[in-house]
Every structure is written in C-alpha cells, then in structure tokens.
Design a protein. Structure first.
Lengths: 100, 679
C-alpha cells in the first residue's frame, strides 16, 4: 500500500519560546517519520490574527493535521513525541532510510 | 447527539465511538496543555492574548538581536522624531537614549548628499515603493562626517498610512577609504606605466582571451585598441626570425618555468620594424585563475642609439687609424731630409732638403692645430671671442698670410671688396683662419699660374665670401664629402696623393659656430672650384676694426734688441741664430730669474719668453718685468706649447703682449718684430 502524504499547519506566535520549540519539534518529527511525504506550513498568528478566528484556534502553538483525514488538532510545544506520533497515526519507530 | 439511528449496526456504532473518543482525547489534551502552561497565547473571541511571560521572552529576543547588531537602527515617527535607537546607533552617533529619544533626527545627524538629484531620488523612492537603499554622508553633532550605506523603510499601520520610518545605517568609511586608496593606487600605477610608455597585458591561459592597455597595442603600431587579439595574433606580428624564441619563452613561463624576459622585433601594420622588450609572469590569485600577466615596452629608440654608438665607436677606430696614417705622411720626408743633411754638404741638395723639412713641418703643425681646434669644438669648449670685425681687414690679413704660397705658385689673386665698409660680429682670429684655409686650398689645388678670386658681397642680411679658382675642381661624387675629415684627393699633376687634412672639416665647424654656412661648388674635374661662405651680417655702424692692419710691405728692415728666455739649449741657440740673421741684437737667459736680470741689464725692446722656465716661470718673470719702470713698455711675447684660452688669459693677465704657439712661424716672428713698438 503506497504511503500517504501528510499536510500539516502549525500556528505559532513567533518568536515566543514555546512556539519556537514547537516549530523545531514538528520539523524533526516530520523529517524522521515522514521523509519526503509531508507538507508543513508555519503561520504566525500575531501577524495574521484573523486566521486564529477562522480556524477556531484555542491557543498557540496549535498543530492541525489536515491530511490524511480525519483532521486532528494538537496544542502545546509538541515535545511529547510519543503522544504526537500516536495522534498522527505514525508508528513509534522512525521510518527506514535517510530523511533527506 | 440525541437521535439514535433506527437501523444502527455494530460497525457504525463502533466507528462513531472511535471518533468520539478521538475528539474527547483531543479536548482533554488541549486542556491539559493549557493547564500545564504549554502555550504562548490563547484566543478569546477575535483577539490573540499573548501570555506575559511569552511576550517578555519575545521582546527580549528582539532586543538581543538589535543590541548585537553592528549596524545602527533608528525608528522615527511620522514627524521625524527618534522613537527608538539600538546600542549601535547610540555608539555611531555618540548619544544616549535618555537624550536622543523624542528629539528630531537632525539633532543626531544631518544628511549630506553627493548630488541634489540623489536626494530627490531617495525621497521619491520613499513614496513609492516605500524603501530606499543607498550611500550618503551623515554629519554628526560634533561636525564629523560618516560615510554610510543606508536602508530606509516606511513604517505603515494596518490601513497603510505612514506611521514612521525605519533607518538602518552601516558605516562604510573604512571601506570607502580602502576603495579610495585602491583607486589612487591604480591611478599611480597607470601614471607610472604611461610615463614610462609601458603597456600592460593579461593572457587567460585557458580561454586564450586577452586584456590589454592601449599602450600595448600601440607598441604593435596600432593607434586604437585592436578588437580581436590573442597569443596567435600577437605572434603573427613578431618578426619571422624571432617567432620561435618568443613562443618558447612564453610557453615556458605559462608552464611555471619562471618569469619570461626577452627582446624581439615586431613588424607594424605600416611594415616598419620595431624592437620591443617584454616581461611576463604567472599571475598569483585573482580571476581568471590561470593567467599570464606582463608588460611590453617599445625600445626601438634604444636599439637605434646602441647601433649608433657602435657605429660611432667603429668610426672612431677608423679615424684613429687614418689620423695615424696622416701623421706619418709628413714624418717620412722629414726623416729623409734629416738624413740627407747628415749625408751631404752639397748646397743644392741641402737647400731642397731644408725646404722639404720646412714644408712638412708646417703641414704637421697645421694638422695638429686643426685637430686641437676640432676636438675643442666637438667638446663644446671652443670659445669664440666675438667683436665687431671689419671684413676688409680679415680678408687682407688672410691674403697676406698666404702671399708666399701664391708667389711661389705664381698665382694671380683678384680681391673684390665691397665698396662700403662691412662689419661682422665674429672672432677675427678664427675668421682669418677660415679664409686662409680656403685660399690655401685654392692655391694648392690649382696648377701654377692660376687665377684665384676672393670676393665679399653683402646679400641682404647675409655676407657672402667666395673663393673661386680655376684649378683641378672636385668630382661630383666627392662634393658631398669634401667637408669630412681626411678626404683623400688625387692631384692631377701626378704629385703624391695628399690628404686634405682636416682643414675643411674645421672650416665648416668654425663657420657653423658663427651661425653661418659653407658650400663647395664645382662643375667637375679640371673645371675649378668655388667655396662659398655665408655669415650673418651685423647691422652696425662702422666700428673700430679689431685687427691691426697688416704690416705694409716695403718697410725698411729694423734692428731690435731681443732677449730670448729659453731653457732648452738647442731651441735657444737656433732662435738666437735666426734673430741675428734677421739683423737683430740678441741676449739669452736660461731661467726665469736670469730673464728678469738680463732684462734689467740688456733693456731689450722685445722679450721672447718661454713659459716653462725653471726658477720662476714665464708668467712670473713677465709680472716682475712689468712691475719695473724699465719693463713697462717692453714688448713681451710668450712662446709656449700651450694654446688654450685659459693659457692665453694667463699671459694677458701677466702683462704679456702676444702669445705665440711653438713652433713659432719665423715669418710671423719677423712681422711681429717689424711692428711699431708700443710707446
């Protein structure tokens, strides 16, 4: 079965500390577990607050998995890797092969 | 959800359950994250509330960045007041925030623009597109100026209205100074190369392309830069015989075999051949990486000078050889004549021998005198003693000097003087020497009983003196060379080949020193010769001629009391004998002190004084004689081998009346002794 591509959106208030950590952590997880099959956009809601409303965000940082369905949300600095992986339906072990 | 589906099955119930669980988990996780403070901001309604701690941290982050920057950052409000400046700005403009904040930007610095147009351009750019980057000068409050590279950005609110300006200013003075130094260094190099007329060039060893200065192309004969030039094209300009060597030298340098330095010939587009000197070296660093750089210089002039020097050196050797030969010519008959005198007492033979001796001696003396004169002229050491000179006196004197030769050859001399007196600015002695020389030649190279005409005619601002003879003439091929030294001329009469000495060479130089010219004309062999002398005329009223009129012939022979001061016994006794034969009374002294004593006792009318006397020299003896009453009116005549102007001057200052060179011409002495004495 072909591996599915992930589409992720990370909403932050850069350059706040937890937002900074969230960016780094999400990037790391994606590169380790979804090499070559993810799309990550990072949105700073301090410059675009209207998006906070349209996405109905509760807090920042918030990571939204848009694809594959179902849509899932995660709040926090994304440092709880196991919890996040489970939420993203990813196995605990990193994918085989080089990430880049 | 309140409704329960009518026909629910287990699978859909399970799916719904799973979805509900996931959503619940999500909500719990979110609440958990909030409770644990793992968020920076929460959204309430339409607003984003950044938590204080997070805000502070973000601010500190921005602060750190701005504080660490080297570039000065200032934020101005819409009226140009400073509302923010970073630590680098504080340092760059020498202000504290407590002082600067709220003040107009002009209190920190004023802007100076290289050009009014630049200021306009910057202002327009701030309108549209709202930012500007460029260089200008910031003059600080203390008067010092700073060269800066600036970025100005318009700050706008959410509606797009301008709320202020962001200025980032970087100090580039050091860079500007370095650029200026580089520019100056380049200008100096360019000046040096241009002054030395050196062209520089660069050859890319990989692509073969070249960069050259205009001077480089000029070395190959082009006025403007040649569009396509590479090493092959260059070689085509090198002389065929030099091409291989040049190619090898350049190839060796390109391969790292050391710098190349060579000279070679190049052929210009106009087919002329020139010499160039080339230096080439492998470049270090820079781009392109593999390149040969070098200089080229036209050395054609130097090569010509070297060739001329070698030729002059060769000519000098020929000159010396010819001179030696010329000097030997009179010596042979002299030697023979002496031998004859030793061997025979027969009067006629002795007389002929003596005549030969005299003739050859005179020839030798003349040759040496002329040589010294020519040498002095060449070294620029000939001084003319110019004075207003009556041409008539010069010509008459010359005629008188050559009278014996004319009489001997039974030539007729016709003298054409201008009707009114003509005065020249010339050295009388030298001018006479010139005319004597011309008359001499005319007499020598005309068979006996010839006709020689000496004329002088003013022609505008020039005086033309001509000597015309009906003698053996000059072959047309020889005409251009008559003024060269040692030109050989055969005498038709079958007499031995006799060189013309260097008389005419000297004549030409003397005439040129006077600002005039001399020309030889002849219609060919046996058709006679005319020598034309042109001298610039001085427009002057008749001035006193600087020459004493020649002694009128026919004066009764006078008898003088003559003291001979000479340390060489042979010279002394021969002079005494000569004087007595002339009818004079004589006394002798052999050193300077004896000369003074004899003068006091003998009271001669004339003293013939050798300068090189033991005791005190001739100059000193003369001074002592002059210091005495009885010596004031004596005619003192120096006899010496030294004829330089400095020697003559010393004679004059010692009170000597005449300065004669040894060997003295007896005829000249005779004339001198017959002159009226000074009273």
């Amino acid at each position: 079965m072909p591996e599915r591509a992930y589409r992720l959106s990370l909403y932050v208030t850069s350059p706040s500390p937890r937002s900074a950590r969230a960016i780094v952590n999400v990037r790391a997880i994606c590169d380790a577990h979804l090499p070559g099959r993810y799309e990550l956009e990072v949105i700073d809601i301090t410059t675009q607050p209207e998006l906070a409303r349209s996405e109905q965000l509760l807090a920042a940082p918030t990571l939204i998995k848009r694809e594959p369905l179902p849509v899932r949300r995660f709040v926090g600095d994304m440092s709880r890797t196991d919890q996040l992986l489970r939420g993203l339906d990813l196995p605990a072990r990193p994918a085989r092969g080089r990430t880049r | 959800m309140n409704t329960v589906p009518a026909h629910a099955d287990l699978a859909s119930l399970q799916r719904e359950n799973a979805a509900l669980k996931a959503r619940l988990q999500e909500a719990e996780d979110t609440l958990h994250a909030l409770r644990c403070g793992e968020v920076d901001a929460i959204m309430v309604g339409e607003h984003v509330y950044t938590l204080e701690g997070s805000e502070a941290a973000a601010n500190r982050f921005r602060s750190d960045v701005l504080a660490q920057m080297d570039d000065a950052v200032l934020v101005l409000d819409a009226s140009g007041h400073v509302i923010y400046l970073n630590p680098a700005a504080e340092r760059q403009y020498g202000v504290a925030p407590s002082w600067a904040l709220g003040r107009p930007r002009a209190s920190l610095y004023t802007e100076e623009w290289p050009d009014a147009a630049d200021e306009d351009a910057a202002q327009r750019a701030m309108q549209d597109p709202g930012y500007w980057r460029g260089r200008n000068l910031h003059r600080r409050a203390d008067g010092s100026a700073l060269l800066v590279e600036c970025a100005h950005s318009a700050l706008r609110d959410e509606r797009g209205a301008v709320t202020g300006k962001l200025v980032v200013a970087r100090d580039v003075s050091a860079r500007a100074a370095a650029e200026a130094a580089l520019h100056e260094s380049r200008a100096r190099l360019h000046f040096a190369l241009e002054s030395a007329r050196i062209g520089d060039w660069e050859l890319d060893l990989d692509t073969g392309s070249t960069r050259r200065s205009l001077r480089h192309d000029q070395c190959f004969g082009y006025d403007a830069p040649v569009p396509d030039w590479n090493f092959e094209v260059c070689l085509q300009h090198v002389h065929v015989d030099d091409r291989i060597a040049v190619h090898q030298a350049v190839a060796r340098a390109a391969d790292g075999g050391g710098d190349a330095h060579f000279e070679c010939r190049v052929v210009w587009p106009d087919a002329t051949e020139h010499w160039i000197e080339v230096h080439a070296t492998l470049a270090v660093g820079g781009t392109p990486v593999r390149r040969l750089v070098g200089i080229v210089c036209d050395i054609t002039e130097r090569k010509r000078a070297e060739a001329a020097l070698r030729e002059a050196d060769g000519r000098k050797d020929v000159f010396l050889a010819t001179l030696a030969h010329e000097l030997r010519n009179p010596l042979a008959p002299i030697r023979n004549a002496v031998r004859i005198l030793q061997l025979t007492a027969e009067p006629q033979a002795r007389e002929r021998a003596l005549a030969t001796l005299e003739r050859q001696l005179e020839h030798l003396v003349r040759l040496l005198d002329d040589l010294m004169d020519v040498s002095r002229i060449s070294r620029g050491k000939m001084e003319l003693r110019r004075a207003p000179v009556a041409v008539a006196a010069v010509l008459l004197n010359a005629v008188d000097s050559t009278r014996p030769l004319f009489e001997q050859r039974r030539h007729e001399l016709v003298l054409n003087l201008p009707p009114q007196p003509v005065v020249l600015d010339a050295d009388p002695t030298r001018l006479t020497q010139v005319v004597v020389n011309l008359l001499d030649n005319a007499a020598k190279y005309t068979p006996d009983c010839g006709l020689i005409t000496l004329s002088a005619q003013p022609q505008g601002d020039t005086l033309l003196i001509s000597v015309q003879d009906n003698g053996i003439g000059i072959h047309p091929a020889m005409l251009p060379r008559v003024f060269d030294m040692f030109t050989q001329v055969k005498r038709r009469t079958g007499a031995a080949t006799e060189g013309m000495g260097i008389g005419l060479a000297l004549v030409q130089r003397l005439v040129e020193l006077h600002g005039g010219s001399v020309r030889a004309l002849s219609e060919g062999e046996a058709r006679g010769t005319t020598m034309e002398l042109r001298l610039p005329l001085q427009v002057a009223t008749a001035a006193a001629p600087a020459l004493a009129a020649p002694a009128a012939p026919g004066l009764p022979p006078t008898s003088r009391r003559v003291l001979v001061a000479e340390d060489n016994p042979d010279s002394a006794s021969s002079m005494v004998m000569l004087l007595q034969l002339m009818g004079h009374q004589t006394a002798v002294a052999h050193d300077g002190l004896q000369a003074v004593a004899s003068a006091r006792e003998f009271l001669p009318q004339v003293v013939l004084m050798d300068i090189g006397l033991p005791g005190c020299d001739g100059y000193e003896a003369a001074r002592r004689i002059r210091a005495q009453d009885w010596g004031r009116d004596m005619l003192l005549v120096a006899l010496t081998g030294w004829g330089q102007d400095t020697d003559r001057e010393r004679s004059r200052q010692a009170g000597i009346n005449h300065h004669l060179l040894k060997p003295v011409d007896p005829k000249r002495l005779e004339v001198l002794l017959r002159l009226p004495l000074p009273d």
